[in-house]
Write a protein that binds this ligand. Sequence first.
Ligand SMILES: C[S@@+](CC[C@H](N)C(=O)[O-])C[C@H]1O[C@@H](n2cnc3c(N)ncnc32)[C@H](O)[C@@H]1O
Ligand SMILES: Nc1nc2[nH]cc(C(=O)O)c2c(=O)[nH]1
Ligand code: SF4
Ligand SMILES: [Mg+2]
Length: 244
Amino acid sequence: MPLVLATDDAGGPEIFASLQGEGPSAGTPVAFVRLSRCNLACVWCDTAYTWHFEGDDRPHRDETTFDRKANQVTLDVADVAERIAALGQKRLVITGGEPLLQGPALAELVDALPDMAIEIETNGTTTAPVRLDIRVDQYNVSPKLAHSGNPAELALIDERLDAYATDPRAFFKFVVASPEDVEEVLALHSRYRFRPGHVFLMPEGTDSATLRSREEWLSEICVKKGFRMSDRLHIHLYGDTRGT
Ligand SMILES: C[S@@+](CC[C@H](N)C(=O)[O-])C[C@H]1O[C@@H](n2cnc3c(N)ncnc32)[C@H](O)[C@@H]1O
Ligand SMILES: Nc1nc2[nH]cc(C(=O)O)c2c(=O)[nH]1
Ligand code: SF4
Ligand SMILES: [Mg+2]
């Protein structure tokens, strides 16, 4: 079965080893695979090359500097599994774009892999098919707030958020750009009752200076409200670069 992947700067499939930079497993050495395409269009998306192709008129903040050719490559799941196995890691992070748009192919991929822990980065608008879900160890769910520019009816789907909120494998990672954004997180928290220790606030930013300055107020909010804070380790280490 084919899988559509994002490409790295050399035009190859975006499959690489790195440290998980965000969320509960931050600092863990992992293999990454990045899938192409997304059903949302966050104005600050740091991987808009996975979806903001020529002809897509939804806005993105880096419009003028943006390469809008379809940065994607289609490979068979067996080929993808082989490339992931060759990285020799114990844990796989599946991301995108929105990886769960290709749920059935991902189920086949996971079946073809050596024994690895599976972590999925998702925007929370889709759930995994059962055959994939039974193999997943951790979901990092990142529901999108108003500042993402997505209409709430597309970004916050009640039954999906309910399903993730009741799943002990799910952690929630809210991207926050200003203190006002946290009001929305608090409203969602009172609606879905996320598990204690399962909510992360992460600063919006694709450079170290922006992350650092936002973490000054974000850390205080986290202490006050009892949320965990996620840094973006990979940005500090490698900058905003594909394949890292
Ligand atoms: C590129 S997304 C891919 C997975 C999925 N589409 C999602 O949004 O969760 C991976 C993570 O990066 C976060 N992210 C994307 N752009 C960001 C930015 N400019 N600043 C901070 N986090 C960002 C997303 O919220 C998500 O947690
Ligand atoms: N190192 C590193 N950690 C990450 N955690 C989540 C990422 C993503 O883009 O989903 C990501 C990424 O792109 N790189
Ligand atoms: S949902 Fe994820 S991949 Fe899609 S636009 Fe938003 S941050 Fe980017
Ligand atoms: Mg990323």
